[in-house]
Design a protein around this ligand. Structure first.
Ligand SMILES: [Cu+2]
Length: 164
């Protein structure tokens, strides 16, 4: 009887260890696959890239550090927004007209529109936006008081410089 119990406990421990290792593996994989590698000059693109944006206490953060996200013209950015907050947020990418529409609107939910997505509490969502012309493009959350609290940032589309 004791031997059987001990055997059961061994199996349970082994299963727990495997689950733990698998869990850690998927976390590592998710981390590794979340964002495109940062280029040496800090400017992403052109082509397709992924930028993970974490939302923590109603602020946007990226692994690229503070300041604008810099991309080259004709870069398709897939934004993966990971919300760590117990409240919902949104990511709205676009020019002043788009931002004004959301700042003055009262849309609680955003259907899939490129560059516009609702992010559930403690959930994640993604949206894709293509940047073309050089210049700043804003990204923001316009839920009540979130913008004023600091939920906004800039994607700077950097013109290609002369070849060195
Ligand atoms: Cu928000």
């Amino acid at each position: 009887m004791t031997r059987v119990l001990r055997a059961h406990r061994l199996v349970a421990t082994a299963v727990a260890s495997v689950v733990l290792v698998l869990g850690m593996g998927s976390v590592l994989l998710a981390r590794a696959g979340a964002s495109s590698p940062t280029p040496s000059d800090g400017v992403l693109g052109p082509g397709r890239v992924t930028v993970r944006i974490d939302v923590d206490r109603s602020h946007f953060e990226t692994h690229l550090g503070p300041g604008p996200i810099r991309v080259r013209p004709h870069t398709e950015v897939r934004f993966v927004v990971v919300n760590h907050d117990p409240i919902g947020h949104e990511l709205i990418v676009g020019g002043p007209d788009v931002q004004a529409r959301h700042a003055n609107g009262h849309e609680a939910y955003h259907p899939p529109v490129p560059g516009e997505v609702s992010v559930p509490a403690e959930g994640r969502a993604s949206t894709t936006y293509v940047f073309h012309a050089p210049g700043p493009v804003e990204y923001a959350c316009h839920l009540p008081r979130h913008y004023e609290y600091g939920m906004h940032g800039i994607v700077e589309v950097v013109a290609d410089g002369p070849a060195r």
